[in-house]
Design a protein around this ligand. Structure first.
Ligand code: 6CS
Ligand code: FE
Length: 309
């Protein structure tokens, strides 16, 4: 039997910090830039260096209104609240996240196929892409809880079995992301370092990690080293703006005690050449609503939410 090398060992007895051995922008993307793809050569170079790229007004105000109304409808759905795909805030009974929204909602199903998202993901990953995970993080006002520092890839490698760093998240603001309401923070350049975390993955970890992540979080020492070297960038922007960020960026966000919700939709595109193997550091793989088992490439069409121009 062929045993797959684990390029990124994690969740052993001790923390291990190693260099990334995967490309950030995969080979064919440069051709796309040369051939007038969705990103310019300068944008690809900046993404390579920092691990992220933001786009102003990806969605029109009318589209933002449509998606936010749909988000409110989903969050108010009592049946969905009892569904495993809805994660409830620890300090209130409000919804913290809703997963697999592209399977629950027709409107969000259209968004994950939208060329404005798909073409940019294909260009960065250098291949056809499918949706590994979709979610809304509502982060309500007053008692919206944050997300501690982590690398998404560390979890998607350890618990979902993604072998390589060939996935990208796009975070789209559905409410204004302010400097006060718990907006996303990324350490620019941290995607080039992999922090293999100490501590084994507990059974059924996802049942607690989606509310408060413990396994797979770096030590204070490792975080201090990364923060000293890279600094911390806070992503603020009006509803409708978007940020694409590499799967291995060290990122997190604070609690929200302001009256203003910080609600974003996140879509994770994975390369069809990077489909999951067995988990690299977990007893069993996570359920399909967090780690898709449908690897059908997204087609890339005009969004149904976009008003006729
Ligand atoms: O475990 C996961 O897949 C999720 N957890 C976090 C903190 N970010 C990525 C993803 O939503
Ligand atoms: Fe994350």
């Amino acid at each position: 039997m062929i045993t797959l090398t684990d390029r990124y060992p994690t969740r052993g007895n001790a923390e291990r910090v190693i260099d990334r051995t995967d490309p950030v922008v995969w080979p064919s993307a440069q051709d796309a830039a040369a051939g007038g793809g969705p990103w310019s050569a300068q944008e690809l170079a900046a993404y390579e260096r920092h691990g992220f790229r933001s786009v102003e007004e990806l969605l029109t105000p009318a589209e933002v209104t449509a998606f936010r109304t749909e988000m409110d409808r989903l969050a108010a759905d009592r049946a969905l609240r009892d569904d495993e795909r809805a994660v409830i805030e620890p300090a209130s009974d409000e919804v913290r996240s809703i997963f697999e929204i592209h399977k629950i909602s027709d409107l969000f199903a259209g968004l994950v196929q939208d060329v404005r998202l798909v073409d940019r993901a294909r260009s960065l990953l250098g291949s056809e892409v499918y949706v590994h995970q979709s979610r809304i993080n509502i982060k309500p006002g007053y008692r919206g809880s944050g997300f501690y520092w982590h690398s998404d890839f560390e979890t998607w490698h350890a618990e979902d079995g993604l072998p390589r760093m060939r996935a990208v998240s796009v975070s789209i603001a559905l409410t204004d992301n302010r400097d006060t309401n718990g907006s996303l923070m990324i350490m620019p350049g941290s995607h080039l370092t992999f922090v293999g975390c100490a501590g084994a993955t507990p059974a059924d970890n996802y049942k607690t990690s989606l509310r408060m992540q413990e396994a797979g979080t770096p030590s204070d020492h490792a975080l201090a080293r990364l923060a000293e070297r890279h600094g911390i960038h806070l992503f603020t922007g009006p509803a409708g703006s978007a940020t694409w960020f590499d799967s291995n960026c060290m990122h997190g966000s604070g609690d929200n005690i302001t009256p203003w919700p910080r609600s974003n939709v996140f879509i994770v595109f994975n390369s069809v050449d990077n489909t999951p193997r067995d988990p690299f550091a977990a007893p069993v793989r996570r359920p399909g609503f967090i780690a898709a088992r449908d690897f059908t490439p997204v087609r890339g069409t005009a969004s149904r939410a976009a008003p006729a121009r």
